[in-house]
Design a protein around this ligand. Structure first.
Ligand code: MF3
Ligand code: CO
Ligand code: CO
Length: 325
């Protein structure tokens, strides 16, 4: 199963055990290709996937991390890509385009249009700007954007469905510009919506922003999840567990997983130059989800309404920069 929000349960992990029994070398190689942990020499390709030589990419940052570790400081595991200034500049541009695409949709989403029409608008504006829509063909996903209506939690596939007054719709856009990813989603209200729907949408936005407020060096991933969970549950809503936020920027989905629930003071410590998404999915009913036979569309198991907002953020020395704002 694929990830958008990265599903927590990676079905591939199950198969890996079988493959490991049959071809042990193969599993180790696959993992190393993704997160190589062997010592690299200066002229090797950088482990982050940039395609550049190690000495021109992460060598310096890694050495700093090594020194910090020897001083007894907690540093993120190396598989979390701390972005270089050049990478941050590229991701910033990609995030700017993703935001502009969502802005373009603000005045166009209205009763009587189809979600397929939204897909065409996103595709056109993406390619006009020299970018690639990341969802298209991602693990077999058939469209350029995700459109998740009402009880759809995430990964709704655009189609002939016509929007009608009262619908609430999440549109999730990810652009690849010059190889860098920018991932963001917003809720759109179709005409007048019920008080209950508007409230869910507003509280979900507040959840995302409260999560973002927790981002600063030294705080931990659990602080983000806790702030989100506390607010959602105080309003009688539930936090979806099956999908999480994720590192992003160089690849669509990178470590770490960013849970939208948790305990304060737990989990990976945040460090400057980490880039990840915060994208809570909040349900009016229970948190359980079910994936439709298309293999993508995740809906609430109890049919209740669901909302989601997403930003890509950068951890800075001072705190946080919202790259898709
Ligand atoms: N944009 C989604 C996320 O927030 C990922 C969608 S994957 C797709 O992570 F294949 F469904 F597009
Ligand atoms: Co995302
Ligand atoms: Co997204």
């Amino acid at each position: 199963m694929a990830a958008a929000v990265r599903p927590v349960i990676n079905s591939q992990a199950g198969w890996n055990w079988l493959v490991f029994l049959l071809f042990p070398a193969r599993v180790i190689m696959n993992d190393e290709r993704r997160y190589p942990l062997q010592k690299l020499s200066r002229n090797d390709l950088c482990w982050c996937g940039s395609g550049k030589k190690y000495k021109h990419c992460h060598l310096r940052l890694d050495q700093e991390q090594e020194r910090a570790k020897r001083r007894g400081e907690t540093v993120p595991e190396r598989r979390v890509i701390l972005k270089t200034p050049e990478q941050i500049a590229g991701i910033r541009e990609s995030c700017r385009l993703t935001k502009a695409i969502l802005d373009m949709l603000e005045t166009r989403v209205e009763p009587d249009i189809t979600t397929e029409q939204i897909d065409r608008w996103v595709h056109e504006m993406t390619v006009e700007n020299g970018a690639i829509p990341a969802p298209l063909n991602y693990r077999g996903y058939p469209k350029s954007v995700c459109t998740s209506l009402n009880e759809v939690v995430c990964h709704g596939i655009p189609g002939p469905r016509v929007l009608k007054e009262g619908d609430i719709l999440n549109i999730d856009v990810t652009s690849i510009l010059n190889g860098y990813y920018g991932d963001s989603s917003r809720m759109f209200l179709v005409g007048e919506v019920s008080e209950a729907a508007r409230k869910l949408v507003d509280v979900t936005y507040e959840c995302m922003m409260l999560g973002i407020e927790q981002v600063k060096p030294g705080n931990r991933l659990g602080d983000i999840g806790h702030a989100i969970q506390r607010h959602a549950e105080s309003r009688g809503y539930s936090v979806v567990r099956a999908f999480v936020g994720h590192g992003t920027g160089i690849h669509f989905h990178e470590p770490p997983d960013v849970h939208h629930y948790g305990q304060p003071g737990t989990g990976m410590p945040l460090a400057p130059n980490m880039v990840f998404t915060i994208e809570p999915m909040i349900n009016a009913g229970g948190y359980a989800v079910r994936v439709l036979p298309d293999g993508w569309t995740a809906v609430t198991a109890d049919g209740s309404l669901s909302a989601q907002w997403e930003h890509t953020i950068l951890v800075t020395e001072e705190g946080v920069e919202i790259l898709t704002a």
